[in-house]
Design a protein. Sequence first.
Lengths: 382, 342
Amino acid sequence: MKVTFPHMGNAWIVIQTLFESLNVDVVVPPFNSKRTLNLGTKLSPESACLPLKLNLGNYLEAANAGADTIVITGGIGPCRFGYYGEVERQILRDAGYNYDVVTLEPPDGSMAGLAKRIRFLAGRKNSWVKILKAMRFAYLKSVALDRVEDLIHAARPRLPHPLHTEKLYESAKQRLAQTMTEKGVQDTVRWVQETIRERQEGLNSMAEGINKPLRIGIVGEIYTILDPFSSVGIEEELGRLGVEVDRSIYLSGWVGSHIFRGIAPGYRSIRSYPRHAKPFLPHFVGGHGLETVGAAVKFAREGYDGIIQVFPLSCMPEIVAASVLPKVQETYKIPIMTLIVDEHTGHAGIQTRLEAYVDLLERPRLLRESIQTREGVLGVGG
Amino acid sequence: MLVDDKYFLGVDVGSVSTNMVLLRPDNTVKEALYLRTQGRPMQIIQEGIKLLRSKIGKSAEIMGVGATGSARQLAATLLGADVVKNEITAHAVAASRVNPQVQTILEIGGQDSKIIILRDGVVSDFAMNTVCAAGTGSFLDQQASRLGIKIEEFGPLALEAKNPVRIAGRCSVFAESDMIHKQQLGHSLPDILAGLCQAMVRNYLNNVGKNKDIKGPIFFQGGVAANPGICKAFEEELGQPIIVPENYDVMGALGAAYLAQEKVGSRPGTRTRFRGLDLGETRFLAKSFDCTGCANRCEVVEITQDGRSLARWGDRCGKWSVAGVADTAISGLEQKEEQRGA
């Protein structure tokens, strides 16, 4: 048995770790690329959302490396992703790929069923103690990954060489993927922290004043906000434009609430979002629609400068959220922009919107500052 | 006169048109060019510069250059622009310079349409069409040529309508089949054209203008503003007068020229990066290739002038763009620092 799984941003590091510590053969599919999308699009119904197309592309690419079993999470409620495991199994079968598909449902249904599936994947040789230990370690790694990601979010607008920051991020991910000890995980986070601090100190000694960067909260559908390929690198782009981004959902927060039922909160718990959303959207609408609204309210209350919602074309829960967000915008006087992503890999459209949005947030501030400096000059002169 | 010989150049390279504006230091427009891009932005930019050169004196001096539009990066590289800005900011700057009171800008261009909401001269909200081109100029172009009329005749004919027919505006494919159907039933051409204008305006307001607080004064700019049929449909739908500014078709370029003026004016002593009016005579070449360095397989484009590499872009990691960086390729961060330093 060779297990593979769909890509979603950095999730591969965590999933690979989980299976490797159980000595299960695992195939990490090649990263999402135009090729992945092309392969997936050929097999997908045209109106399916972007994640399905990318998932299928991942499986086809993994099949070349000998994968024969797919692990995917399931879900309940009105989001199509919940049945993608089954849909994908049938599509692959029709296309001539004999994949076993194991859908890990959240433990709302039968716990015994979930246990059976985990046992199937882990094989006979692993004891439950070992399985739980492996899950705990993978979880720790996902929290560390999220911390690293957040450090990079903060570093991008503050450090002068975008390329160096991206390199740091890449090597941190490589280190995290390779280490199999808790110490190694912690050391990597510390290494990233210290590297950023050193680079920043270098700046301060050169007396380069660093203004407080704009802060933008990114909310929306989980796959597209966690996966930079689908969002056309929006976080990196905003970082280059001098913006510090934060996100409504981080991988470990989702894993914590989705798989561990909130026993482990993850790096950024998503538990408070429904409470924040309540005045605007009082009930579950499928997917992460409720979390999107709640996170937008939370970001607004925390004084963020702007909010960007990202979702794949035709995502129903996010369409519901998108129709609620104008109320949030009005209540908190915070500009909210919605970006819909689909198969386009062209950068220009997204870039224009991001630049214009950052201008929108920044120009009032620049005008204010220029008035202040003028007043300052007048004060001194007069 | 010496003063008359100094200009700021604004260039807006869009999908359908390439516009250039020469702005005098006293904020009046010396020349405005509206050229068809025809899928060859590099040649058209060069032709535009040649044309401008023929219209101004030998001693003329370009003091600053601004580039905008979807090919702004390309234009900035070719020209040596001092400021590169997205078209939303450029349109907003131009409109608020023409009329500081303006609160709404409707802009419909060749491939995209946008709405910009301004309050106190500052952009407070905007939207662009995301996944649909039904409400854009190229659709009108297409339908005009199908009906065998010139695009210039479209608007005046639509105004003659007595009883506009209803046409589905949600999707350009539906609109076209609906139009053919109505035409085969024997409705008059003006009625069909007026119906199409109404459908397009409905589509625009439902998609792009959704949830936007549209207040007057309202500016209507972009190439489509030349069509009085669309203007009338907007006025009927919004119940407010629509103002089409004098340079409606080159507002993006005008905004870019104003931004160049702001940039150069705010830092006395800086010299423009403009490559000179003779760039129309040099040879620009664009090469593209797929980088095989990683799974991203970025499509990298390289621009050369007379064999010398000016810039490369398209790569996510920066491997190529940094290696070939030219003096004009300003990253957002650098640009910001410059603004702050100013």
